[in-house]
Design a protein around this ligand. Structure first.
Ligand code: NAP
Length: 334
């Protein structure tokens, strides 16, 4: 049996997922695509033997499509996810689930009312071998009680359209989800500190930022986000516990020694660093759907991450510690 996947959005990550689904994942094929950029969508569709639709709704209603991947811009995700739920179709949406808490709640309400899990959010770090080892180490009790988490998230150069608000909503959202998952906790407050700006970014961009998150049990997670760091794509995470610490390794890096110098390579971008995680994410999603289940990050995870990211934007603007308030978690997501 082959899972027929429809993809909405054939930009950067949409093309990446389409090529993987078409060429590297057994048990799945790309059946239909849509993008506002119709010519690119048509070319890509032809290259993988898929249909190119002229409307995103057609991808969802197409009887030849069993499941949908949403890789359009973030502010379109909630509507596409809601349409998938209305058609009883599983959907893997890239982050964010929604750009507002209200839209996130609409998705939660719709999925709970539907009564069966359909939604997975593309927080691929949960599928990274290194993050999984960190989580296993915490869960085994090896480092005792987690007290603090230090995270670093650096990109070489931010795209032109990046705004100061996107550092929390588009970048730190990965640390928000990963540390919620590592700690099994929700966040209660956020503060954003704004150091001197890098002269190598645009004047309008507050880059870097230091986001300080507090869980409901007072574990502190500090995230340095620096999107014009120049030298490479660098993601770090160290969890400090009462009896030791555990640190994320970068599996794609290598160490070269010569001429009296030892140097470690740094990934060029998120695709190089997390390619293995994306592969596991998509292949487990496909395998799960063959078995009739969806088990990855759920709509609650997507909603919580959106609320924390948006509160961090408020904290960035106000310069104040900002309380985070989530609705009660539906038992459906227990
Ligand atoms: P992108 O390159 O701009 O691609 C988005 C595509 O969607 C563009 O071709 C855009 O067309 C098209 N589009 C716009 N409105 C649409 C609509 N209503 N229906 C269908 N397609 C529409 O962006 P991207 O970098 O691929 O990012 C897409 C999403 O993936 C974002 O939510 C982003 O946060 C997420 N993402 C996640 C990761 C990760 O690490 N998990 C990494 C990268 C991106 P136009 O260009 O003509 O507007």
């Amino acid at each position: 049996m082959v899972l027929n996947v429809g993809v909405i959005g054939t930009g950067n990550i949409g093309t990446y997922h389409i090529n993987r689904l078409a060429g590297q994942i057994s048990g799945a094929r790309v059946a239909a695509v849509y993008d506002l950029a119709t010519e690119r969508a048509a070319q890509l569709a032809e290259s993988v033997g898929a249909k190119a639709h002229s409307d995103p709704a057609e991808v969802i209603t197409d009887d030849d499509v069993d499941a949908v991947v949403v890789t359009s811009p973030g502010d379109t995700h909630a509507e596409f996810i809601l349409a998938c739920i209305a058609r009883d179709k599983p959907v893997l949406s890239e982050k964010p689930l929604a750009t507002t808490a209200d839209d996130g709640l609409r998705v939660l309400d719709a999925e709970v009312a539907h009564g069966r899990r359909l939604v997975q959010v593309g927080f691929m770090r949960r599928f990274d071998a290194g993050y999984r080892r960190v989580k296993a180490t915490i869960d085994e009790g090896t480092i005792g009680t987690p007290l603090l988490v230090h995270c670093v998230h650096r990109n070489p150069i931010a795209p032109d359209f990046f705004t100061s608000e996107m550092l929390p909503t588009d970048s730190v959202v990965h640390e928000i989800d990963a540390t919620r998952w590592l700690l099994g906790a929700e966040f209660a407050a956020t503060t954003v500190l704004t150091p001197r700006r890098t002269p190598l970014g645009p004047d309008r961009l507050q880059d870097p930022q230091l986001v300080i998150l507090e869980t409901t049990e007072s574990v502190i997670v500090e995230v340095e986000i620096f999107v014009n760091a120049q030298y490479g794509y660098d993601v770090r995470c160290e969890v400090v516990g009462s009896e030791g610490t555990v640190e994320l390794e970068t599996p794609t890096s290598t160490s070269v020694t010569r001429d009296f110098l030892r140097g470690r390579s740094v990934p060029a971008d998120w695709k190089e660093r997390f390619d293995g995680a994306f592969h596991t994410e998509i292949s487990q999603w496909v395998d799960g759907l063959h078995a009739g289940t969806v088990t990855g990050p759920n709509a609650w995870d997507g909603y919580a991450a959106t609320v924390v990211a948006n509160a961090s934007v408020d904290a960035l603007r106000s310069g104040q510690r900002t309380a985070i308030s989530l609705v009660d978690k539906p038992s459906f997501y227990a």
